[in-house]
Design a protein around this ligand. Structure first.
Ligand code: NAD
Length: 299
């Protein structure tokens, strides 16, 4: 294997092919336990995360339930607002505005996507920046672009936590992010490239020529395209770190953007799917909720 992504640091579990397994479930549990300890040590102040679910989307329902369960483990309170798919723009906005005005609610997560016909941007714009624990409003994004403090989108932040926990060097290294959404790809580029992290980042997307060749030039590949099995061993420089964000629901179950079997034989470090970036998204949502409670003087 060429120079290893994790520089041989740490005593980590490895795949059959020898890559470090970047275990998101394990790191999420560590983070949740740390959050619970922090809240305990502060005398158990109320820290409240509100979730808003509109419609009947089954995966969204499962995500929201997992978020509530982990919030409870972190000693946080959950408030849940559920609205029918036909609640209408005004109905959804009224529910979110009420939570925004409630001093007992520190963080608000509006589960996306909203049903067809609803304007998600108009709903998100109602969130005060300090309660925007998903980090997706224009103001939070603006803060990230400008290097100011504020909530950072949970999925790309979770990727950064994995790289850090598993000792993946970023400074001066080349990274390729596949996907340019405001939810994942764009903030991921900013986080990898910002001062202190200092990777040299290339943003790849559906019009990128020779994706495999580009990825092979990278020390870190973050795949967030939502295309099952897009990244194969052919895309991976020996020893590189490969992080799978994509989720595709297939007849064979949930599948990532990364062809795990072939990639783990070449990579220096790789995330499993499931059990990689998904749990980290929840961990970072709860981290952001604690930060939100601090911003609002709850502890
Ligand atoms: P999106 O559809 O908004 O963006 C996908 C991006 O991938 C686009 O920018 C597109 O240009 C790019 N793309 C598509 N096909 C490509 C190809 N063949 N080659 C190169 N680029 C390609 O999706 P999103 O909201 O950014 O989510 C991306 C994936 O991540 C989805 O599968 C989503 O379900 C998943 N996701 C996972 C988590 C998690 O916690 N693991 C969180 C959010 C989203």
């Amino acid at each position: 294997m060429a120079e290893d992504a994790t520089s041989g640091r740490g005593d980590f579990d490895r795949t059959g092919g020898g890559a470090v397994l970047m275990d998101g479930n394990r790191l999420r549990d560590e983070i949740v336990a740390r959050l619970a300890e922090t809240i305990e040590a502060a005398g158990r102040p109320r820290v409240c995360l509100a979730t808003v679910l509109v419609g009947e989307d089954r995966p969204s329902r499962i995500y929201v339930r997992n978020k509530q369960r982990k919030a409870a483990e972190a000693q946080m309170e959950s408030r849940h607002v559920e609205l029918p798919a036909d609640a209408g723009q005004a109905g959804v906005e009224a529910a979110v505005a009420e939570l925004a005005d409630d001093p007992g609610v520190h963080g608000i997560l509006v589960q996306l996507p909203l049903p067809d016909g609803l304007d998600a941007d108009a709903v998100l714009n109602l969130l005060p920046p300090e309660k925007d624990v998903d980090g997706l409003t224009p103001r939070s994004m603006g803060n990230l672009v400008r290097g100011r403090s504020g909530h950072v989108p949970c999925t790309p932040l979770g990727v950064m936590r994995l790289l850090d926990r598993y000792g993946v060097e970023t400074s001066g290294r080349r990274a390729v992010v596949i996907g340019r959404s405001t939810l994942v790809g764009l903030p991921q580029v900013l986080l990898l490239g910002r001062k202190g992290t200092d990777a040299t980042v290339t943003l790849a997307h559906s019009r990128t020529a020779d994706l495999a060749g580009l990825c092979r030039s990278a020390d870190i590949v973050v795949a967030a395209a939502g295309m099952a099995g897009l990244v194969t061993a052919d895309h991976v420089r020996p020893g590189a770190a490969v992080i799978d964000v994509g989720i595709s629901r297939t007849a064979a179950g949930i599948v990532g953007d990364v062809d795990f079997e072939s990639v783990q034989a070449v990579a220096g470090a790789v995330t499993p799917m499931p059990g990689g970036t998904g749990p980290m998204t929840i961990a970072c949502l709860l981290e952001n909720t604690l930060a939100a409670a601090r911003m609002q003087g709850a502890l």
